[in-house]
Design a protein around this ligand. Structure first.
Ligand code: GLA
Length: 348
């Protein structure tokens, strides 16, 4: 179902699509490919929207910390917004201190996507496409991106990312949904239990750029190999947690890059019983504990978002990969197709 959600200042109409399948309800905006709400039942069958969002298009345009949005061309940071490829150095849009974050000042989260609904077998979904012109935000090559959101008959939300380019470039696409399995605006996620299948993580410098080290999680707050409440080690005073005001780091998934999505993380809210399982083809996972939410934004149901009231689990290649030859490559060349898949499975 398609409805008019609002208009941008220049009169561009922004539409909202509502889909339902297998007990999951999804609402998506053409602006930023934003997941504005995702509703799933709790253990008693009661539905709640488990994604943070905003009420109006004006709110998203004015100030959104990437709520629900597609992120491109490059998820997370590129140090000093600069990288060298085939001997040429590119200067990107710098929007986070001296670094480039989430594709620069006008990333994919702020673009209007073409949206085409589809039904295929027992699946329903949306094809979202956006063409980023050569040089946009400083990136080389015209990048043609298609992201497919599918709701399966089991209520899984699947994301397939595809991109091609006409010049060598770098690409790292992800989704920036903020989860609160108790329902958006219901308070802290500190009691949510999280497991991440990763024995290593990438420590960062004070600007949250990876140092290049793949550090073992053993004996640190970054050990989520066994499920634990997010709040358990959040206040341990670990220097990396102080620098980021909480968790805002990349986990090196043990499975590495895979042709097919493999299970990498489980999030569970003990109170509602809701669970979220994530499977991906990607080698990394950014777990961000909503550190910069500061009580200045109000969600669609009128409740304020404070620090740690939602969390992100962004499947990705590692931050700043273009400047770390030892990290899995994010280079995309003409004639090749960038592909990645992430599947979200809900339970209660
Ligand atoms: C990512 C970054 C964080 C922050 C959030 C949005 O997770 O790593 O530092 O920018 O996005 O605020």
């Amino acid at each position: 179902m398609k409805t008019l959600f609002g208009e941008l200042a220049d009169g561009t109409e922004i539409h909202s699509w509502s889909l339902e399948n297998g007990g999951t309800r999804l609402e998506v905006l053409s602006y930023g490919g934003i997941v504005r709400s995702l509703e799933v039942p709790d253990r008693h069958g009661r539905y709640a929207n488990v994604c943070a969002g905003l009420a109006r298009i004006e709110d998203y345009v004015a100030s959104s910390p990437y709520f629900g949005a597609l992120i491109g061309r490059y998820g997370n940071r590129i140090g000093k917004g600069r990288f060298t490829l085939d001997g040429e150095t590119y200067q990107l849009s710098v929007d986070d201190g001296e670094n480039s974050l989430h594709g620069g000042a006008e990333g994919f989260d702020r673009r209007v996507w073409d949206v085409e609904p589809f039904a295929k077998g027992s699946d329903v979904g949306l094809h979202l496409s956006y063409t980023s012109v050569d040089g946009e935000m400083g990136y080389p090559g015209t990048l043609t991106a298609t992201v497919t959101y599918t709701l399966t008959e089991h209520g899984d939300w699947r994301i397939d990312y595809e991109a091609t380019t006409d010049r060598a470039t770098v690409v790292n696409l992800t989704s920036h949904v903020y989860w609160n399995l108790a329902g958006e605006g219901s308070g802290t996620i500190a009691d949510h239990e999280l497991a991440i299948a990763a024995s290593r993580w990438t420590p960062t410098d004070p600007g949250l750029i990876p140092t290049g080290e793949l550090a073992p999680v053993d004996g640190t707050p970054f050990d989520f190999r066994e499920s634990k409440p997010i709040g358990r080690d959040l206040r341990t005073g670990h220097p990396q947690l102080l620098a980021a005001k909480g968790y805002d780091h990349n986990w090196v998934l043990d499975k590495g890059i895979t042709a097919e999505p493999e299970h990498v993380a489980t999030l569970r809210d003990p109170a509602s019983g809701r669970t979220l399982k994530i499977a991906t083809t990607e080698p990394g996972l950014q777990f961000y504990s909503g550190n910069f939410l500061d009580g200045t934004l109000v969600g669609p149901s009128g409740r304020t978002y404070r620090q740690g009231d939602a969390l992100c689990l962004e499947t990705q290649h590692f931050p700043d990969s273009p400047n770390h030859p030892s990290f899995p490559s994010t280079v995309l060349r003409p004639g090749r197709q960038h592909r990645s898949t992430t599947i979200h499975t809900f339970g209660a």
